[in-house]
Design a protein around this ligand. Structure first.
Ligand code: NDP
Length: 237
């Protein structure tokens, strides 16, 4: 670990939903946490105050800003790349720029962020991406681009696991199923349909996803690398 015996953790996209639960979990476990957000300044500052963490306004779509901010933070023990967007609809109607933006935030940013963090990451560090069960199963219309963006991450972690393995750095993707957040509220209109694909028919809480992330960041998971860990109530089963 870096500077002190406190684990230093950077969460990209930590102001709301799953990312905020990950910030709370690591801060509660005693880590020194920095997190980014794009536009939700009020919840970000509130969360920073509540957890004693540091909020950074940083749009993952801006590669230059992203990589220089990460390099400026110095040695990070754990990088969690949670920032992601969801765009869905008839591919014949969807705006091409919106799809390119989705690919930029969901695929390009994780790659560049992981590489930037790895430059200064201590041996035994952890890189954890938040993918989706839609990497493996897309049982609804209108989700081709989102599914593609999340499927890209499983190839990415396999490759980066090989690249950084000699330093004991693990690289994995956590693939949630429906999780109760602003992106996918547990009382939303498609819930019955989504639950019909699941063995255990309920949304996850963000805390359940954060628990898997915390386990991957811990010493017991030192040999788990290049893996996709799915937590989806059997959505993809
Ligand atoms: P939310 O939309 O509720 O929250 C997204 C978070 O990411 C916010 O903190 C947001 O910041 C941040 N963010 C988004 N875009 C950017 C950006 N360009 N730069 C920096 N931060 C950004 O999403 P969820 O919590 O539901 O999802 C988190 C991750 O989990 C995503 O990658 C999503 O694809 C994935 N996921 C979610 C599932 C679900 O059912 N909820 C299921 C499977 C995967 P700000 O507040 O400033 O907008």
């Amino acid at each position: 670990m870096s500077h002190s015996n406190r684990q230093s953790v950077l969460v990209l996209g930590g102001s709301r939903g799953i990312g905020a639960a990950i910030v709370r979990r690591f801060a509660g476990d005693g880590a020194q946490v920095t997190f980014t957000y794009a536009s939700s300044a009020a919840p970000a500052l509130e969360l920073a105050k509540e957890t004693g963490s540091t909020a950074l306004q940083l749009d993952s779509a801006d590669r230059q800003a992203l990589t220089s901010a990460i390099e400026g933070l110095g040695a990070i023990d754990v990088l969690v790349i949670n920032a992601g967007i969801f765009v869905a609809g008839d591919p014949l109607e969807l705006d091409a720029d919106a799809i390119d933006k989705l690919f930029t935030i969901n695929i390009n940013a994780p790659y560049h962020a992981a590489v930037s963090a790895a430059r200064q990451m201590p041996d035994g560090g952890r890189i954890i991406l938040i993918g989706s069960t839609n990497a493996d199963r897309v049982p609804m219309q209108g989700m081709a681009a989102y599914g593609a963006s999340k499927a890209a991450l499983s190839g990415m972690v396999k490759g980066l696991a090989r690249d950084f393995g000699a330093r004991g750095i693990t690289v994995n993707v956590v693939q949630p199923g429906p999780t109760d957040t602003d992106m996918n509220p547990a009382d939303g209109p498609l819930n019955e349909l989504m639950h019909s694909f699941m063995a255990i028919k309920r949304h996850a809480s963000s805390d359940e996803i954060a628990g898997m992330v915390a386990w991957l960041a811990g010493s017991e998971a030192g040999l788990v690398t290049g893996a996709a860990l799915t937590i989806d109530g059997g959505f993809g089963a």
